[in-house]
Design a protein around this ligand. Sequence first.
Ligand SMILES: [Zn+2]
Length: 77
Amino acid sequence: MLSCKELVARSSDFLDSQLSFRERLAVRSHLAMCRHCRRFIRQMRVTQRVLRALPEAAIPELEALAARLAEQRRLQR
Ligand SMILES: [Zn+2]
């Protein structure tokens, strides 16, 4: 059986469905036994969903803001 550490190492591939059938089975059987890792995977899922839900439009705005701050800092020198 996987250790918790091994499960954590595979968790993002697991959530992205990138694991082989055998590995997925190993992860699933660990999750069936380990409440701690079940909670960890659940939190990872929520985090992924939140990140995907962020509007992409927010990113150029953040970049513009970062550029403006860098410009201000440059002018203050
Ligand atoms: Zn575990």
